[in-house]
Design a protein around this ligand. Sequence first.
Ligand code: RIB
Length: 319
Amino acid sequence: MAKDNPSKGFRVVVVGSANVDLEVRVPHWADPGESVIALAAERFPGGKGANEAVAAAKAGGVPTAFVSAWGHDTDGKLLEKFVKKAGVDITAVKKVDCPTGLAIVMVDPHGANVVTVIPGANERVHLTAQGAELISTASVVLAQLEVPVATVLDAAQAARAAGAIFVLNAAPMVDVPRELLDAVDVLIVSEHGAHELAKQQFGMYPSDEGSLLRALQRLVKSVVMTRGAEGAMVAAAGQDIETVQVLPVEPIDHTGAGDTFNGVLAARLAQGATLIDAARAATAAASISLSRPGAGPSIPAAAEVAVALSTGQVPPPSD
Ligand code: RIB
């Protein structure tokens, strides 16, 4: 589904959030008013935007830039090291005088999570002239909704002006203006998010997944619905709906698996893959992420994704 722009600079530009995740392993979910003692706690680099940018860059051969913001604090330094190590260009990341975004991520013994984000610097992410310049030569622009919606809309319009594919991961779900949806080429949404979006836009949602996807295609021509352990359903414009299965895996931690999916999908689209082929590679990468702890540290390298795609198995960590 390439919209080719021959004067490439950064092929993928991710516009979005950066957080440090305080990840707390809990023995079970606390009921309201109940306290539980954590099994372990660790700080990891994360944030949907940072995770996606790193996933796209690690997918291999796709120069990736990030438009974001973090503080001058130690969390900002941790994030800078994380994205730079993956080769992501950060010239359009602003350092601002407020705390870096922080996410409190609770993970249960099955790897399921509950996340609360304290946005901090993410509220100051705007599309600066530098960010717009990066987008003007991009093939794919990827955004989520952890930064101001006005910024995402600016990115979508800049992508459209550049002839780039604009991919929106509608997470976390907020009120999504129709003007933004009109500028989206590929919508990625969780099953829960798909229901919420359909309810928001149409006042109701169909009960079966296929009809839900077809309804969302009235908003955006190509829709990918991610379904956790059930894999993903892909409704590409003018095509039958296809399902992509997660590889066999015992999930350790769901955090960052969706972002890994989005980043790898964006990178593959930038390389000219069809949406279904991009979703296959993205699902293999997300399966690997599920088998590893943390968001940022769970994002696989291109070689690991290649092994997963050829063997149908999740490889063990290579480092
Ligand atoms: O999608 C996972 C991410 O969501 C975490 O890294 C956390 O920071 C939140 O943004």
